[in-house]
Design a protein around this ligand. Structure first.
Ligand code: 4AD
Ligand code: MG
Length: 462
């Protein structure tokens, strides 16, 4: 089979030649003697027009009865049509029916709401919006690998099932082979996890960071890219229970180095997608988020903002804006604050650094003021927090002290603590929420629409 993508990209090579295409009917118009099919062959965002005639096709009548969504193979001549809306079309010589489509096919030609399309998530990749979204999602993943691999980072596959809680927030999905209706108990009445498959309590990972740190102490620069899980009961447009995260970890790097890599990475993937998915990006700009392309170009040409948490809180208070959740030093910034900072005050991506230690995870490096830690979050217009990262605490005594303060069981983290004894060094890393990056680059406003099959509260169909 030829592909529509290669025909679009090098039309001259195909002009007046025979092509064979396999694809699905998006629309069909027929009259007595001829008809038009808009075919999508999956290789490309755009459709190709097929013209077919009663004189040429022996199965003309059968073809005209095909429903939208049917799968066909078309053999025909590619002809250039410079005066028409589309630059070329295929004059069919033969059309073979691979799979018919019944009249109840839900994607008839009309505009469907995203809410409706979520209910038929198994068909939505066949619409323009979701075809564009999942193509761009795939490209961003590729760009991320390319960015890190070109820099010599080693891709580390960190475990999905783990016995530790990286973020210490307790928002974990349990993994067990025990019979929930008949749990083995210890003498004190608590569950006896030594009888479980792994012999201890385990859960799905919330982050690959702790394991990535161990690899960074061997390879210097590493990254993970895999699924992560959070059992947080937040029903928002930017939280999912299963999402993908990219987590670079770099030895001999401080917070400044960390931010430089994050900024370079984000600009790299934006440029990559603009270069490699112009049709899709044009579509998003016209139909999903007007001004998207201007905004992305602007980001490429400007430095990201930098502000400390303390300065950010001052700016929010001074703005005089009435927030639903009032601002004062020590609060965890809410989405409304994050978006105000990046959309109204900075009007570009901004790194917020040096958060109060009490609202951040145990592993972040304590600053000299003993109140804040060397953390950085990247906030972007339209989405809010897209990256969370920090310089890590490499000083064993301080790390242990912090874990004690937070009531973390040090025996669960013995290997993590040992890293600080065996050639521990300054190191930093961050986590990019992959879906949030896809939202940011496409203008899609709900995380449910950038995940093929979103896992959110009460949503595990398909
Ligand atoms: O800020 P978070 O929780 O940071 C970490 O997990 C660190 N261990 C990362 C690191 O330093 N290696 O999560 C990182 C990013 C967030 O900025 C956000 O983009 C995304 O992951 N994220 C979510 N995305 C979708 N749904 C959720 N429930 C998310 N929780 C976090
Ligand atoms: Mg965070």
């Amino acid at each position: 089979l030829n592909t529509v993508k290669s025909i679009y990209r090098s039309t001259a090579d195909y002009a007046n030649k025979e092509v064979t295409l396999g694809g699905w009917i998006r629309t069909m118009r027929v009259s007595k003697n001829f008809g038009f099919i808009e075919l999508n062959d999956g290789s490309f965002f755009k459709n190709i027009q097929i013209v077919f005639e009663a004189d040429t096709l022996s199965n003309y009548a059968e073809i005209t009865k095909l429903g939208v969504g049917a799968a066909i193979i078309v053999k025909g001549l590619l002809v250039e049509t410079p005066e028409a809306k589309q630059p070329f079309e295929v004059k069919a010589q033969e059309i073979a029916i691979e799979g018919t489509s019944t009249p109840d096919y839900p994607l008839q030609k009309k505009r469907h709401s995203v809410e409706f399309l979520r209910q038929i998530a198994y068909l939505r990749p066949r619409t323009n919006m979701f075809s564009a979204t999942f193509r761009v999602r795939s490209l961003i993943a590729y760009a991320i690998h390319q960015f890190f691999q070109d820099k010599g980072f080693v891709y580390a596959h960190t475990p999905i099932i783990t016995g530790s809680d990286c973020e210490g927030a307790g928002e974990m999905f349990r993994v067990t082979t025990l019979d929930l209706n008949n749990l083995p108990k210890k003498e004190d009445g608590t569950v006896d996890f030594s009888k479980d498959f792994f012999g201890k309590e385990t859960n799905l990972t919330v982050s690959g960071q702790l394991s990535a740190e161990t690899f960074a102490m061997a390879f210097r620069n590493v990254y993970t890219f895999g699924p992560t899980f959070r059992a947080e009961n937040s029903n928002t447009a930017r939280h999912a229970a299963e999402f993908w995260m990219i987590e670079p970890e770099m030895a001999f790097a401080d917070l400044e180095d960390n931010m430089e890599v994050a900024e370079e990475m984000l600009k790299y993937i934006i440029q990559y997608v603009l270069d490699n998915a112009p049709e899709e990006m044009e579509f998003f700009n016209s139909f999903v988020d007007k001004g998207l392309l201007d905004r992305l170009h602007n980001i490429l040409n400007n430095d990201f903002g930098r502000v400390t948490y303390t300065e950010a809180v001052d700016l929010l208070i001074k703005s005089g804006k009435k927030f639903e959740y009032p601002v004062s030093w020590g609060i965890d910034l809410q989405t409304e604050h994050e978006r105000y900072l990046t959309e109204e005050i900075f009007k570009k991506p901004v790194f917020v650094t040096d958060y109060p230690k009490d609202i951040k995870a145990f592993y972040m490096r304590m600053n000299d003021d003993n109140k804040t830690v060397a953390a950085m979050d990247l906030l972007v217009p339209g989405v809010g927090e897209i990256i969370g990262g920090s310089q890590r605490e490499e000083r064993l005594e301080l790390l242990e002290k912090r874990m004690d303060e937070l009531g973390l069981k040090k025996e669960d983290y013995w290997w993590y603590l040992d890293l600080r004894k065996y050639g521990g060094t300054r190191h930093s890393g961050y986590g990019l929420g992959f879906e949030r990056a896809v939202m940011y680059l496409t203008g899609m406003s709900n995380i449910r629409d950038v995940l093929p099959y979103p896992r959110t509260v009460k949503n595990a169909e398909f």
